[in-house]
Design a protein around this ligand. Structure first.
Ligand code: DAH
Length: 369
């Protein structure tokens, strides 16, 4: 058994004194407290508990102590390291909590905030007016009829008793597909749907037909080369102009208000005989503005009536062209422009607003026009 090692140099191991160790712990604790985030704390852990930290070096020096001193100093250094580790660990927990709270606050979604709304758009008033017209006639027992926009010249003109030398057939009004000899046109009116309805359907016939039509007009405030019409056709036994007038009055009341009536003025259309221009009573002034300069009316120009379309009794020649017995059946028909209807009904002054497709124009009409 060897005696106690008394040959160590007390100066060399001064680093192991209680004061020195306590100071190391204090320095480490101060650094731990000063660590503001987890990254800094990691550096502090390395500096005060890592292999090259003062306490690790002190631990290594224990080996140089006399055996009698080893236990005491070993305990001191061990406790010191444990204390530093405890400080680091508790600071670690604190900083992790702080980080979690920060992340939660940063990334939190407030589900009660109003969502960004995507714009809904709006249906075009031409569409809603055409639907309204269809509803009015469906309620009277009419069917909706359709026809192609690229139409046979025979259907668009000849069958409707529009002779080949009629001005409406010249290149000025009609878009011909390929050439004027092609026999195929972009329909210039919805009246050819009358012909198709009479060729396709069983008698009696009650149809209403909204649709797009084409004419070689320049786009300006009152013209557009593409516009819309609605056509009405009834073919039955014993129909009279009284039936036509009653139907149009009902139509006018549904469109413009109770009590509004229509007026027929003699006119000419090849496909009707007799033919009439169809006027509707001014639904704004009810005629009060006529000869009354004190209360001028912008809607009817103080005329009391507004031109709305054309109508008449179907020309027997048209019935014959589609093989209907004109001695037994009679028909009435009418047609009007949808753009024109919107202009005076809703005060649209420029036709171009209707074709440009700016949603702000449509939005102003709301859901029902
Ligand atoms: N198709 C005619 C036009 O475009 C309008 C018209 C007039 C239609 C009289 C009809 C009618 O059905 O009977 O000018």
């Amino acid at each position: 058994m060897s005696g106690p090692n008394t040959s160590f140099d007390p100066k060399q191991v001064a680093v192991l004194s209680a004061e020195a160790i306590t100071a190391m712990v204090a320095t480490a604790r101060a650094a731990v407290v000063a660590a503001a985030d987890l990254a800094q704390l990691k550096e502090v852990r390395l500096a005060h508990l890592g292999d090259r930290s003062p306490l690790a070096l002190a631990n290594r020096d224990i080996g140089a102590l006399p055996p009698a001193a080893k236990a005491e100093v070993g305990k001191r250094v061990g406790e010191a390291r444990a204390a530093v580790k405890a400080a680091l660990d508790s600071r670690q927990i604190e900083l992790e909590q702080a980080r979690d709270e920060f992340v939660l606050a940063e990334e939190c979604v407030d589900v009660t905030l109003p969502a960004a709304r995507s714009p809904l758009g709006a249906r075009h008033p031409l569409t809603t007016v055409m639907e309204r017209i269809c509803d009015i006639f469906v309620a009277m027992g009419y069917d909706i009829a359709e026809g192609p926009e690229v139409e046979a010249e025979w259907v668009n003109f000849d069958a409707l008793n529009v002779p080949p030398d009629h001005p409406a057939r010249t290149m000025q009004d009609t878009f011909y597909v390929t050439s004027s000899e092609s026999g195929v046109v972009l329909r210039t009116q919805t009246s050819p749907i009358q012909i198709r309805a009479m060729l396709d359907r069983q008698l009696p016939i009650y149809v209403v037909a909204p649709g797009r039509v084409y004419r070689t007009d320049e786009l300006d405030a009152t013209h557009t080369p593409v516009f819309h019409q609605v056509e009405g056709l009834a073919v039955d036994e014993g129909l009279t102009m009284g039936d036509l007038k009653g139907t149009l009055d009902h139509f006018a009341q549904e469109m413009f208000g109770p009590g509004i009536v229509t007026r027929l003025r003699p006119s000419y259309f090849p496909f009707t005989e007799p033919s009439a221009e169809l006027d509707v009573q001014c639904f704004v002034c009810l005629g009060v503005s006529v000869d009354n300069p004190d209360v001028p009316c912008r809607t009817c120009g103080s005329e009391g009536w507004i031109e709305w379309g054309g109508c008449g009794m179907v020309n027997p020649r048209v019935l014959q062209a589609v093989g209907i017995d004109s001695s037994k059946y009679r028909g009435f028909a009418f047609g009007m422009g949808i753009e024109r209807t919107l202009m005076f009904r809703n005060g649209v002054t420029d036709m171009r607003d209707m074709v440009e497709g700016d949603v702000r124009f449509s939005l102003a009409f709301g859901l029902e026009s």
